[in-house]
Ligand binder design. Structure first.
Ligand code: ABU
Length: 378
């Protein structure tokens, strides 16, 4: 069968899904400690493991990733997979060295589709600098097949020691609380730094979280790049999240007019106005079924992976199978819920939204914020 000419088209997080990439756990390693990241065990001060992950852990994660792929295919969605690249060798670049890479389980962190454009993020961590390579076969395929597809690679930062604020990791919680409105984290403001998963897509409006993985220079780059293409880019902040990284466990749009919100991470005062003033409802999710302490042993993400759901359409959502309180809320809000087991994937940095990257959804560039007062960068 001939493939349609338009292969790359996705404007938001909820339109009916046609084609998606699901990550793979092959060759995954424990994430190394580096200036932009300090993995730690939850239950002990023992050192975090290093090097390749054991085969049985990888097999368990792959079984759940394959399970998600099968569920999506049964829903009529085309599922693609990244290349299983070598992640186990040490890297040495002119500006940094790292013992091994991490994994290619979470395409959402690296790749984003903005209409007919695919953007490869700059990334913020050394062990993830070359992760884009796992997606290049797919990107070339889309680029060769779709004459309207635009492919953009964001500037690569040095990831040299000077790009990071190392004392960040030692700030006591009281100091973090006192500094919570400063939005200064482990990356400095000198270079363009962003992970793709700090963005939500709402048609022509892109919301981007300032975080440990996205700095103000990164947001400036996104504005200058996207505004001439008709997008409006809105920085947002969640000051009570002292270690913010990726917006999709904090602020999750599910259909026009509805965003799931994290009750422990409210928006900075005033930032909710853009949404409330345009008839969007912000609905707090229930507490997750696990506390942070009960999350899988090597998982570095928070309990709020519970709300890291994936929309198949504006009426159908894939949700982790244990998260019954959230499933009940989604049901009350009128969604059909597709439960999927996914906890064995958590230690690879995410849940259902993180582990996917939608390349094609039905729909076009809509304006969901008609009453917005917006001044583009000059
Ligand atoms: N990669 C998403 C993790 C976000 C969180 O831990 O809340």
């Amino acid at each position: 069968m001939n493939q349609p000419a338009v292969r790359v088209n996705s404007w938001n997080e909820w339109d009916p899904l046609r084609e998606i990439v699901v990550g793979v756990a092959d060759n995954a390693c424990f994430e190394p400690s580096e200036p932009g990241y300090r993995p730690a065990l939850r239950d002990t001060d023992a050192p975090f493991p290093t090097g390749p992950k054991p085969a049985e852990m990888i097999d368990r994660a792959n079984a759940q990733l394959d399970g998600l792929a099968a569920v999506l295919e049964a829903q009529g969605v085309t599922v693609r997979r990244p290349d299983a690249i070598d992640l186990r060798s040490a890297l040495r670049t002119p500006t940094f060295e790292v013992d091994n890479q991490y994994c290619v389980v979470c395409p959402r962190d690296v790749m984003i589709t903005l209409g007919n454009e695919i953007v490869e993020a700059s990334m913020s961590r050394r062990a993830r600098y070359f992760e884009y390579q796992a997606y290049r076969t797919l990107v070339y395929e889309y680029w060769n097949a779709d004459p309207n597809m635009v492919w953009t690679v964001a500037p690569k930062p040095t990831m040299a020691d000077s790009m990071y604020r190392q004392d960040f990791w030692d700030w006591p919680l009281a100091e973090r609380h006192a500094r919570m409105h400063e939005s200064e984290f482990c990356v400095t403001q000198d270079e363009v730094v962003f992970d793709a998963a700090d963005m939500n897509r709402f048609g022509r409006d892109i919301v981007v979280q300032e975080s440990m993985t996205t700095n103000r220079a990164g947001i400036r780059w996104l504005k200058r790049h996207l505004e001439p293409r008709g997008f409006r880019v809105h920085p947002v902040h969640f000051p009570l999240d002292f270690f913010p990284s990726h917006i999709d466990c904090t602020f999750v749009p599910l259909r026009p007019g509805l965003i799931l919100t994290n009750p422990e991470r409210p928006l900075r005062e005033g930032e909710e106005q853009m949404f409330l003033g345009n008839d969007w409802e912000l609905v707090d999710v229930p507490q997750p079924t696990s506390t942070n302490e009960e999350m899988p042993r090597y998982c570095q993400s928070s309990k709020w992976l519970s709300m890291n759901v994936l929309s198949i359409s504006p009426t159908k959502v894939v949700c982790e199978e244990r998260e019954k309180p959230l499933q009940d809320l989604l049901d009350k809000l009128g969604f059909e819920v597709v439960p999927v087991p996914f906890r064995d994937v958590f230690e690879y940095g995410g849940s259902l939204h993180c582990a996917t990257w939608d390349v094609n959804r039905e729909g076009t560039a809509e304006d969901y914020f008609p009453d917005l007062d917006y001044t583009p960068v000059v």
